[in-house]
Every structure is written in C-alpha cells, then in structure tokens.
Design a protein around this ligand. Structure first.
Ligand code: ZN
Length: 487
C-alpha cells in the first residue's frame, strides 16, 4: 500500500503556482476533469463551498429588491444578432444547436453565453408603463462560452453563475443600481469570502459587449496575477433599443428603459483557493466551509477507546446543536497524523483533538488552520467547547482576510516610470498591481498590454488625486488605474 501521507502532498506553491492550484482542487476533491473537454465536474466538497456562498449572496441580492426567475437555456440565434457589439463580442465562443429530435432546426439555437437578449425579449412584453418599473430579476444558472484554454473553476466552457437584469425608468436610477450591485459584490467577497479587492470602472477595451460602462471587483492572487471576481454593467438603452423595451411615462410618451446586468460565477471558488491556500492545501474561510470543525478522537489502547469516543461524540453534538457545521472523524485503520493532514488538505478551519489525557483533564486541543506551528494550537475546556470554537471561527475569518490583505498590499506598487513598470511585470514571478496615471487613450493601454502583458483591471471610483502624467505617453492624466497581468 502506498504511503497515503505522501500521496496527499501538493506541489509547493512557490515552486509552481499552477500545479499547486490543480493539486489542491484534485486532492481536496473539489472538482475533477470531465470527459467533455473544457467542462468541469464539481464534487460535493467543491459544491458545498459554492452552495454556502450562493445562499448568502442570494439573501443579499434579494435584499436589494431583485427576485429570482428562470429563463431558457436555448436562445434563438437571431436574438444575439440584434445588438451589434454583443454578437461581435460573443460570436467566437458560442455553442450552437443546429439539430433537434433528429431534424435540422429552422433557426439554430445558441446555448446561452449570458441572457441579456432573451430577458430583454421578455421584458419588452412585460413592461408597459412606468408603473412596471423598476423590473429586477436574477437567475442562478449555467452558461456556456466555448473556451480553448481552460482552468478548473477559473475558465471552463460551462460554468455556474448568477446573472441579475434590471430595467429602470431613468438613467440615474439604472446607474445607481449598477453601483449598488458593485458594492453588494465588494462587501460580500471581502466580508464573507475574506478576499481583499480593488474595485472600479473598466477601460473601454475591457468593457462587456453592449455595455455603456462596466464596473468590476478584482482580487490579487498569490502569484501576483489579478482575478476578476465579479462585474456590474450599466447597459444604457442599448438592449432596450434593440428589443423595443419601452414604457409609457407620466406624460404618456413612449420611452426606452435604462438597464443593468451583473454577475458572479463559480470562479469565486477558484479565488478562494488561490487567495487562502498554502502548501498544506486548502484553507477555507469559516463562512463558506461545509465542514467548519472536525473532531478527531485519538487513542491507542482498546480500554481508552470508549471514553475518548464518548467525549468526542459529546463534543460533536454540542457543536452541531450550536449550529456549527461539524464532523466526527471515527475512521479506523488510518493514523491520527493521516487524519490531520487530510483535514488540513480539505481546508477545515478548526480541528478538535481529543485523547485520553484530554478526557481526564476535561480539555481538548483546538488546532486552527489559518496558523501553523505551536501558535496554531490552544487548549479549551470540553464543557462549553462550542463557545470556544464559535469564537475561534470568527477570529479565523478575520485573520484570513488580514493575511490576504497584507499579501495584496505588499504586491501593490505605484509607478511613474514606464521602464520600472515593465520590469516589475517581467517573467513568471513578476506581477502585482501597478497603480499608474493613464490618459485613457486605448493606444497607451495596448502598448502596456503588448509589451508587459499587464492590462487595465480597474480605474478606482471617486479618486482624489492631483492630476499627473500618463505613464506611457506623458500626456496629462486625471486618474490612476490598476494594471496587472490577469487570469
Ligand atoms: Zn497615454
């Protein structure tokens, strides 16, 4: 039998970040490769993370007034052609159904890459007067974008997401909704997933096809590359005009609706792995851990077993009753060391070790996953163990954010000199956020992209900086932008 401990090891993060990332996903059993190229099988441990984050985000979305609905997977191909930029943007990655029931279809059907078109088709029928507005729907579903180069959770041909779509009577109201959702995403990802972010407006080159303005939240991953974690689009009247989504205003005049759309996807699971994982494996923020605490009973002699198991079961029940998502690891035939490594790999925030001496002294050892070495372990009384664990889970949630924020801040730099920026982006190890003055001329952005592979990630909102000079052309620039190599 192979040494199970070695089998469980991941490639060191510093050695090969991409291999480390894949190792964690496979060994922590979050996802697996699919027989269909570019697709992904999400396993129960990975889906548990998605469910936890989905449930909380769903609550937050509903609090803004949006309600869930469902629109079909198939969209008539002609719908996509109605908005010129939209079809141009999505054409290269569409999956198209040409046959059904053994017959060639009269009109090919597109497997939704996003649902602006079909939702607008329905909105146009549902919206009659200003009293029908605002109309705010959200749907949780899968979408398909044919990808040539795929990475589990980060870029797959099919992925899960939510897409919100709203229609409003005025431009101001739609713009406000776009920013409201940006803030919902920012606070959710920072507070709940413990991932520090930068956020703001996208450059024209990075805008959603068909949008007037795109806003995004972006996190800096452990390898110095940025990951777009969510977007919120102000669509103006582009889709309303293409689909005749109109309403009668107070004065009985027909007006086009103003719209938004916004979404986050299973990519967030990838962001959690890359932000928090270490060389022992996954580290899950307690909020989204499907197992928040695991109780591991430890004994050698048969006569110790009953007492230890009894105390472990009592601890598990106390945790469970207190609403903590707990597991009791009674597996036989594997060593405690194997179990420790296994739960560390799976990212469980707190491990509770209970041995014969602990039972005698009425205590347990609490090991926290966010720290290592001696400072990771503390003793706590078995009586009221749930209170100790609850408090520890809160501390771990805070500490994971603090650790990630420190790493992100340490890899964020201001540059006034183009050569220094280019040098920072060099090689696989180069990266991080570069904060630079940029004149917003697409030619300057393109030069940076071609020469350094860094792209404009966001232009922060409400900047109060003195005017400066574009890092590329030297022309005057009123705002600074975050550039980075990105996923
Ligand atoms: Zn410039």
């Amino acid at each position: 039998m192979a040494d199970k401990t070695d089998e469980k090891k991941v490639t060191p993060r510093s050695q090969d970040f991409a291999a480390w990332y894949n190792d964690i996903i496979l060994k922590a059993e979050l996802a697996d490769y699919s027989p269909v190229r570019g697709c992904m099988v999400i396993r129960p441990d990975g889906f548990g993370v998605w469910e936890a984050l989905r449930d909380e985000l769903d609550r937050r979305i509903k609090r803004t007034g949006a309600r869930n609905a469902y629109f079909p997977l198939f969209i008539p191909q002609s719908f996509l052609q109605k908005e010129a930029e939209h079809v141009e943007g999505f054409a290269p990655e569409l999956a198209v159904v040409t046959h059904g029931g053994g017959k060639k279809l009269e009109e090919p059907l597109v497997v939704r890459p996003t649902s602006e078109t079909i939702i607008n088709h329905m909105f146009a029928q549902w919206v009659r007067s200003h009293r029908d507005l605002p109309l705010m729907v959200n749907q949780w579903c899968n979408v398909v974008r044919w990808e040539m180069r795929t990475r589990l959770f980060l870029r797959t041909s099919e992925f899960l997401w939510q897409e919100g779509h709203t229609a409003h009577a005025t431009r101001e109201e739609a713009e406000r909704e776009t920013l409201t959702m940006l803030e919902v995403y920012r606070s959710f990802v920072e507070d709940y997933l413990a991932i520090p972010l930068v956020f703001g407006r996208k450059s024209a080159a990075q805008r959603f096809p068909g949008a007037v303005e795109t806003y995004a939240i972006e996190g800096l991953m452990g390898d110095g590359r940025a990951l777009q974690c969510g977007t919120s689009h102000f669509l103006g009247q582009n889709f309303a005009k293409a689909f005749e989504t109109r309403y009668l205003d107070d004065a009985n005049q027909l007006q086009y609706a103003w719209q938004t759309s916004w979404g986050v996807s299973t990519r967030l699971v990838g962001a959690i792995i890359m932000t928090h994982g270490d060389d022992q494996g996954l580290r899950l923020p307690p909020n989204v851990a499907s197992t928040q605490a695991v109780v591991v009973p430890i004994w050698r002699k048969a006569d110790e077993g009953d007492k230890v198991l009894g105390a472990a079961r009592a601890a598990f029940e106390a945790l469970d009753k207190a609403g903590i998502r707990a597991r009791l690891d009674t597996r036989e035939g594997v060593t405690p060391g194997f179990k420790f490594n296994d739960w560390e790999m799976r990212g469980v925030p707190v491990r509770i070790e209970i041995g014969p001496r602990d039972v005698a002294s009425g205590e347990a050892v609490l090991a926290r996953r966010d720290k290592s070495g001696p400072e990771a372990k503390t003793k706590a009384s078995l009586t009221g163990i749930e209170g100790h664990v609850q408090k520890l889970l809160g501390e771990i949630q805070q500490n994971l954010f603090a650790q990630a924020k420190a790493a992100s801040d340490a890899n964020t730099r201001e540059f006034a000199d183009y050569a220094a920026l280019a040098k920072q982006m060099e090689g696989e190890g180069g990266g991080g956020f570069a904060v630079v003055y940029w004149c917003e001329n697409p030619a300057c952005e393109e030069k940076i992209r071609v020469e350094t592979r860094a792209t404009c990630r966001v232009i922060a909102l409400n900047q109060s900086v003195a005017p400066g000079k574009c890092i590329v052309c030297g022309e005057s620039a009123t705002e600074r932008a975050h550039f980075a190599k990105a996923y």
